[in-house]
Write a protein of this length. Structure first.
Length: 396
């Protein structure tokens, strides 16, 4: 059984979503030439670097590079045609002419070569597969404008879709799920109905009972515009999916409690070791992977963490039995076993080899050592939804 939405990544700012690389908009664009009037020190890569990622019709990409007080590079990544939300580059490294960086949370790496002119880099981005991204250094005036950050939807809104299309996924489409916003359009690619249900109701797919076979065998693309201004929160995205399932799939179901095989999170001996969050009451959540088994969490309670963890990592539901009420910031590094990250593995992303002498411990040991928690398989009563009726989506 697959896990839900392994490619969804909520960034470290409110209502943020990983770039949907497969769905570029607009026409192919090329970077303007470097501005010769902006001199730089030899070997110094600070400044604006931009180029067009070779996806679809092209996605304009801007990277702002600076140096901290320690002399180390800092960089921020903007996908201009996908809203321009800032994504922190966790390591921007230069060794001779080799330029590399990676981005926390979206499993993205870049490898490039600085050309002799010092103002162009030839390279490629890998996020499941490699795609060319050649960069040119430009002045502030020549840099692509970063779109204004979209405003969040009103907290009390219960949105649906103003308009929405649902189409069967093309047989020759690339694997891997994508979800995110392009302008006002809410895009989901390569989702089956089990996925939509799990997103709508915060479930693991093993909590869906009595579904017809096509729920997890037929894939769909969803493209819709919310009927309420602003970017919906994760809860509001769930409400949108609930309305979509009822309206377009004629979904009817009821809830039951059943005994399931689950993972239970409990407090380990010695108590929790996590830091209570420094986020404010209106700050967003963070749940992002630097790689398989390298997780950063911000501003999450353990119940919320359990739902996100079951959605991206485990092959069964995860229950919070800690009794902890605070919200936390933490990192967790472990070596995944073969039951974890099923969807990530299907796209070619692999965890660190088990025989790596520097590999972190297995999940339960890592949680005890790093978080002061345990995660263990148990049988427990849990909520399920039992499908009473469903139909293939109505015509657009």
């Amino acid at each position: 059984m697959k896990q839900l939405l392994a490619w969804i990544v909520i960034g470290m700012v409110p209502v943020s979503v990983a770039p949907v690389w497969a769905q570029g908009q607009g026409q192919q664009r090329s970077a303007p030439p470097a501005n010769a009037s902006a001199p730089v020190a030899a070997g110094d890569l600070t400044g604006n670097w931009q180029g067009t990622l070779a996806v679809g019709n092209g996605l304009r990409t801007l990277i702002k590079v600076s140096k901290g007080a320690d002399g180390k590079y800092k960089a921020v990544f903007y996908s201009i045609d996908q809203g321009g939300q800032p994504l922190g580059i966790n390591k921007f490294d230069v060794q001779g002419t080799a330029v590399t960086f990676s981005i926390t949370g979206i499993n993205l790496t870049y490898v490039g070569t600085l050309n002799p002119d010092g103002n162009t880099i030839t390279g490629s981005v890998t996020q499941g597969e490699a795609r060319p991204l050649n960069l040119t250094r430009v002045s502030d005036d020549a840099a692509w404008a970063i779109p204004e950050a979209p405003k969040p939807m009103a907290k009390d809104a219960k949105p649906g879709f103003e308009v929405v299309t649902i189409k069967p996924r093309s047989p020759d489409a690339r694997p891997g799920k994508n979800i995110g916003f392009q302008g006002r359009h809410f895009i989901m690619r390569n989702f089956d109905v089990d996925d939509l249900l799990a997103l709508a109701y915060g479930l693991h797919t093993k909590q869906i009972v009595g579904a017809p076979d096509w729920f997890n065998s037929e894939l769909f693309d969803v493209d819709g515009i919310p009927d309420t201004p602003g970017v919906p929160s994760q809860t509001q995205q769930g409400i949108m999916m609930q309305k979509l399932l009822a309206d377009r799939f004629a979904l009817k179901f009821h809830h039951e409690q059943r005994e399931l095989s689950v993972f239970a999170i409990t407090v380990a001996k010695g108590g929790p070791k996590m830091q209570v969050t420094t986020a404010g009451p209106d700050d967003g959540i963070g749940f992002g992977f630097r790689g398989l088994g390298d997780l950063t969490v911000r501003n999450m309670g353990i119940t919320e963490f359990a739902k996100w963890f079951q959605g991206s990592v485990t092959d069964r539901p995860v229950l919070d039995q800690t009794g902890l009420k605070d919200r936390y910031d933490f990192t967790l590094k472990w070596t995944p076993d073969d039951s974890q990250f099923a969807q990530f593995r299907s796209t070619g992303a692999l965890p660190r080899p088990k025989d790596d002498p520097n590999a972190p411990p297995a999940l339960n040991d890592a949680m005890q050592q790093q978080l002061g928690l345990r995660i263990e398989p148990v049988k427990a009563m849990d909520d399920v939804i039992v499908i009473d009726h469903a139909e293939h989506p109505s015509a657009n």
